[in-house]
Design a protein. Structure first.
Length: 370
């Protein structure tokens, strides 16, 4: 009988421990466990397993999120770098706030590796697409066929005509400009496989049409590089009291207007007005005479001004060939005639009256590195 009572008392003691809160050594009760998420451990017969179940969100239906997850639960993703937003991939459509949408449940892996904490791609080390990498690279320059003076000139078709003073534009990497006084003229530019243009005039006082390269007057020709030109043309009509066909341009500081004359409408070497011959030199298989002069209170790229004029005049005129422009600049320097910071180098026709036309079937100014 005493053994039976002892077993019964032990069972009662064990059951009593499971129903009541645990006592401290001093006899006071330990308060129920409370989690950092605000969850209080239930008391009574549920025990620790029931508390674990209560802390876990209820399983959601297939493809949906649980509705009873704690309000301050840690989000599944973070912005890796607030200062460098990462654009969503092309598979994300985004929600109403512009954030990437949750991928469907069937998608088990992201299409791209997740970004690292520094905004770089964790697997490849490349910066993700943000739209902040600067403008796209400019297109490569057009490939111009080489000048062929032994073949008939190609026919120019189509084209865009301009007939207003100070008209300008660009074609195939070359910029063009037209200026005139008097009754004027027109320039037609062609966008074929090579730069080309046509100019016409009718009793203009002074008519200039030109195509080539232009700069911002911050560099000398030595700093820019080696400048050259390929030209081929046919001409008709007349050009009044003077005409120049060849290369033309300006420099600033000092302000200089310069010409490299390859031909004229007089079918012979031109002699520039009010100039002094300074010498001769040979380049591109021909002899050039060099002239210089001064113009006072005349039109320039910087308004009415005083400036120097420099000329190289070929003594055997031609209608097709390569012009080593930078070599002329070097020869002028050896004679004490210096250019300033470059504004332009263009293929030119200038007519001092008359009625005529010229077709530049190849008009390409080139630039190579130092």
């Amino acid at each position: 009988m005493s053994f039976k009572r002892l077993v019964t008392s032990a069972v009662i003691a064990i059951v009593g421990c499971s129903d009541a809160a645990t006592d401290n050594v001093d006899g006071s009760q330990v308060p129920p466990f409370e989690s950092v998420n605000g969850f209080t451990e239930p008391t009574g017969s549920q025990g620790a397993n029931a508390a674990d179940e209560a802390m876990s969100p209820a399983p959601a239906a297939s493809g949906t999120a649980a509705d009873d997850s704690p309000s301050d639960a840690t989000p599944t993703t973070e912005d890796p770098s607030p200062s460098l937003p990462v654009a969503p991939s092309s598979n994300d459509t985004g929600n109403a706030n512009g954030a990437p949408s949750t991928p469907p449940a069937s998608q088990t892996e992201p299409t791209t590796p997740p970004p690292a904490s520094d905004g770089m791609n964790a697997d490849t080390g490349e910066q993700p697409a943000t739209g902040m990498n600067g403008p796209p690279a400019p297109p490569p320059p057009p490939v111009i066929p080489p000048l062929d003076c032994g073949s008939p000139p190609p026919a120019s078709t189509g084209g865009i005509q301009a007939c207003t003073v100070n008209a300008s534009g660009s074609v195939l990497g070359q910029s063009w400009f037209m200026w005139y006084s008097g009754s004027g003229g027109c320039t037609t530019t062609y966008n074929g496989d090579r730069p080309a243009f046509r100019a016409t005039w009718n009793n203009s006082g002074d008519f200039l049409a030109r195509m080539g390269l232009q700069w911002d007057e911050t560099q000398t020709h030595e700093q820019i590089g080696t400048i050259g030109a390929d030209l081929a043309f046919t001409k008709a009509g007349s050009a009044g009291g003077y005409s120049f066909i060849g290369i033309y341009g300006w420099s600033n500081d000092p302000l200089v207007e310069y010409y490299i004359v390859e031909n004229s409408f007089a079918n012979g070497p031109a002699t520039p007005y009010a100039t002094t011959q300074r010498g001769t030199f040979n380049v591109d298989g021909a002899t050039y005479r060099v002239y210089s002069g001064t113009k006072n209170n005349q039109p320039s790229i910087h308004g009415t001004a005083n400036f120097q004029q420099l000329f190289s005049v070929r003594q055997t005129p031609r209608q097709c060939g390569h012009v080593s422009i930078s070599e002329h600049f070097k020869q002028w320097q050896s004679m004490g005639m210096n250019l300033g910071k470059m504004y332009e180098a263009r293929i030119l026709v200038e007519a001092g009256g008359g009625s005529g036309s010229i077709d530049f079937t190849h008009a390409n100014v080139t630039l190579s590195g130092n």
